[in-house]
Design a protein around this ligand. Structure first.
Ligand SMILES: *Cc1c(COP(=O)(O)O)cnc(C)c1O
Length: 487
């Protein structure tokens, strides 16, 4: 049979015209560098136009379009309406701002299109290098293991899966029904909700997550924790895991980690630390005391995309006991068996350490950005953000119309406009209105939380572009907007 009759027209996704795609690529690169360079000159936030939103309600495209035209759609309908966490006055939730080198590294990784799951190729070694650096930063032993994940949520959940499967080696095969009694997890009431999701995912159920009350600094109450554990044991339950927070999402509170580790040991519990952003100051000499205990954890989750400013998305989980980590996920199947030589040899597949098989090359941007900046630069920037939080707190305290809810323990500042009102309900509505106007006027993008029933404006500074003048501007604007309302 002739080839033409079976394959009349062979096609590819590679361009017909390499020169025009090259020109388009250069244009994109220039545009993005301009875009980031000029971030401060644009509003802190802009509501997506109705035209842009409508452009995302089109039917499935049947006919091809020129790449340049598709790029034009991106440029006009998507790019102008970013989350905008690249802006110097973005302080919402906890989001990092990324870097140019991180952006370029993502392009390189995507160009390689490496699948970092299995095989003998350099991306496997780059990720192992990054994990080894993570252990060094966090005081974990060289024998620990780890894996990169999409975010703190997945890092926390991965740690909880390891904790569960390590608790009893029947659980993987027989499930939790094989346990003689209900497993119980403990963590402060300020624990991030991704931990609750994790507890659901591992089949324990969020009703069996004991939310331990916090003290006036929003740290876990150790006495109550221990009472709860004793009561649970007396009722025939099985305490099995304690979560410590290194930096809660609401206020940046750091639980007493060394003490938590001792309690975990005493009651035979796994000790996990959620250090999504708050573990990062572990790199600062002046935080050794405050963050002591991270290195005692059985597992630790932290993000690169928040306070290490690496572009989305990338986080890390470290597990002290590498064998426990592997035993939680490894399944021997013939199509994934390692060979002695060739492409199918290489390091232990990452699929033995997590839920994912196919995985992108997130490690490259971490590796490049960390090499580019060095820990010296990182120490300077993390310290700068902590000092900026203290600076902002100082500005707020000087203003009689503003109230600082608590001294920042890390990089999060919670405050509200009070004017001369004391009515909580009125103040809650007013501060919500102030926040919405800060966004809609494009002035700044903090977010909010509730502390003891009070609606507060919450500024989380994981932003290497913020300058003290940006914080001056925020305070001025809040006073100006708040003052416009007569209560
Ligand atoms: C952000 C955050 C998480 C979740 O991390 P993602 O990277 O957003 O998935 C978990 N815990 C804390 C304390 C956080 O701040």
């Amino acid at each position: 049979m002739k080839t033409e009759t079976i394959l009349p027209e062979e096609s590819t996704l590679d361009p017909q015209d390499w020169n025009s795609i090259r020109a388009l690529g250069h244009q994109m690169l220039n545009d993005m560098i301009d875009y980031i360079q000029s971030a401060a000159q644009r509003p802190a936030w802009k509501k997506p136009s109705s035209y842009a939103v409508a452009s995302m309600q089109q039917p499935l495209p049947e006919l091809p379009q020129e790449a340049a035209d598709v790029y034009e759609d991106f440029f006009t309908q998507v790019l102008p309406f970013n989350t905008n966490n690249i802006h110097p006055r973005f302080w919402g939730w906890v989001q990092g701002g990324g870097t140019i080198t991180g952006m370029l590294a993502d392009m390189l990784a995507s160009g390689m299109n490496a699948n970092v799951s299995i095989g003998e190729h350099m991306p496997m070694y780059v990720e192992r290098q990054v994990i080894n650096w993570a252990k060094e930063m966090m005081g974990f032993p060289a024998t620990a293991s780890g894996i990169l994940l999409s975010g703190g949520s997945l890092a926390n959940i991965t740690a909880m899966i390891v904790a569960r499967n390590h608790f009893n080696n029947n659980i993987r095969q027989k499930g939790l029904q094989s346990m003689p009694s209900q497993l119980i997890v403990y963590g402060s009431a300020e624990t991030h909700n991704c931990v609750s999701k994790g507890i659901e995912v591992i089949g324990i159920g969020s009703d069996n997550f004991r939310k331990v009350p916090v003290d006036e600094n929003y740290c876990i109450d150790l006495k109550v924790l221990e009472q709860m554990i004793i009561a649970d044991k007396a009722s025939g339950y099985t305490p099995f895991c304690i979560i410590g927070n290194a930096g809660t999402v609401n206020t940046g509170a750091i639980d007493p980690l060394t003490e938590l580790s001792a309690i975990a040991k005493a009651y035979n519990c796994w000790f996990h630390v959620d250090g999504a952003f708050g573990a990062i100051p572990k790199i600062l000499p002046e935080f050794q005391q405050r963050l002591q205990g991270i290195e005692l954890a059985d597992s630790l989750a932290f993000d690169y995309h928040k306070w290490l400013y690496v572009n989305y998305e990338v986080a890390c989980v470290l597990i002290k006991d590498a064998a426990a980590h592997r035993e939680a996920f490894a399944i021997a199947v013939s199509y994934l068996a390692n060979h002695e030589r060739g492409l199918s040899s290489g390091p232990d597949p990452f699929s033995n350490y997590g839920m994912e098989l196919s995985r992108g090359f997130k490690a490259l941007k971490v590796w490049m950005v960390m090499k580019e900046n060095g820990m010296q630069k990182y120490r300077q920037l993390v310290r700068q953000n902590i000092r900026q939080a203290q600076y902002l707190a100082g500005l707020i305290k000087q203003e009689p119309s503003l109230e600082l809810l608590l001294e920042p323990s890390l990089n999060i500042v919670c405050f509200r406009y009070v004017g001369d009102t004391t009515d909580t309900e009125q103040l809650n509505l007013l501060n919500k209105e102030i926040l919405m106007q800060l966004h809609e006027k494009g002035i700044a993008a903090p977010t909010y939380t509730f502390l003891n029933g009070k609606y507060v404006i919450r500024v989380a500074i994981t932003n290497h572009r913020t300058r003290s003048s940006d914080l001056d501007q925020l305070v001025k604007a809040v006073i100006h907007i708040g003052g416009g309302f007569s209560l």
